[in-house]
Design a protein around this ligand. Structure first.
Ligand code: HSE
Length: 320
């Protein structure tokens, strides 16, 4: 029996412009770590690091995304023992890059690894979706499935465990900015219209289709173009981020192929095919945010095809 494991749960981008609730991308190097220890006591106990405590994450396992995912995996394993989880937050919660998903993905995989990895990831999708549902109130997979499985995934809102992996045939670098303002996902969802005209729905479907095909063809110019054509969520939500237009213009002027909100924001990301270019773009985005008196931090990241994975130490994690 293994005594202790550390698992990295990646942050993730969702929506990518026209893919509201239907597409997500797993990020490299940005995420949380969950340390799981074997316990003779049945069930799950949660401990938080300092950042987790500041964030106010609940420690009751039935109210905590990692706790629920871990409990579901223990059920799948059919064991009468339990686990202790230490959640080490690697990034700020509530930014739009899948904080609850990162924890839930890491916790689920950590419990499985602790018990000798009897389950394959494909057998655990319901468990991780249950974890994510505690935070969002719905089983939607656009953050949790990429965080758990890795890659760029199309997900189904109707059949939450169904997904399709999109091969990205080019190098993809992401400049990710986290403006220090709060956007509550619940509020940002409530702002969206309950129904849209047929014309909008058709336009949106074509934009997502074109963007996905451009990813598969490795054509980042086209990805970027379609990424900025969302007509459902982003036009409404942009008002919640006062520096939105300036940050977007700064990214495009610095050479980004496209720039959009991730999830309900306030985080925004821009894409390019070169790491150094991504760093320049990020610097311009941060400067633009600062000009609005909004402090911001950021990352340069890329596509992570692995998802939640065991790590031996914390060195892979970028910290703010
Ligand atoms: N797709 C969800 C939304 C993600 O945009 O509301 C929440 O982070």
């Amino acid at each position: 029996m293994i005594e202790k494991v550390n698992v990295f749960g990646p942050a993730s981008l969702s929506n990518l412009g026209p893919g509201f609730d239907t597409i997500g991308l797993c990020l490299a190097g940005v995420g949380d770590i969950v340390e799981a220890r074997f316990s003779e006591v049945k069930g799950v106990r949660i401990h938080l690091d300092d950042r987790g405590i500041k964030t106010g994450i609940p420690t009751n396992p039935t109210q905590n995304t990692a706790g629920v995912a871990a409990l579901e995996v223990l059920k799948l394993l059919g064991v009468s023992t339990g686990v202790e989880l230490l959640i080490k937050k690697g990034f700020v919660a509530g930014s739009g890059i899948g904080s609850s998903a990162a924890c839930a993905a890491a916790a689920a995989w950590a419990v499985n690894v602790l018990y000798g990895s009897p389950l394959k990831k494909g057998e655990m999708l319901d468990a991780v979706l249950e974890g994510e549902a505690v935070a969002s109130g719905a089983k939607h997979g656009d953050n949790i499935l990429p965080a758990f499985l890795g890659g760029l995934l199309l997900v189904s809102s109707q059949y939450p465990t169904e997904y399709r992996r999109i091969q990205v045939k080019t190098s993809l670098w992401i400049a990710l900015i986290l403006p220090e303002i709060q956007v509550l996902t619940k509020k940002a969802r409530a702002m969206l219209p309950a129904s849209v005209p047929l014309k909008t729905a058709v336009y949106q479907a074509s934009a997502l289709g074109f963007m996905v095909d451009a990813f598969r063809s490795g054509d980042l110019v086209e990805v970027g173009r379609w990424m900025m054509k969302d007509q459902l969520a982003e036009p409404v939500r942009a008002d919640l981020v006062p520096c939105y237009n300036s940050v977007k213009n700064a990214a495009l002027n610095a050479g980004a192929y496209g720039c959009a909100l991730t999830g309900s924001g306030p985080a925004m990301f821009a894409i390019t095919d070169d790491r150094l270019q991504a760093k320049k773009i990020l610097d311009s985005m941060i400067e633009a945010s600062n000009q609005h008196q909004i402090r911001a931090s950021g990352y340069v990241s890329t596509l992570n095809e692995s998802g939640a994975e065991e790590i031996s130490s914390d060195i892979k994690i970028l910290s703010l």
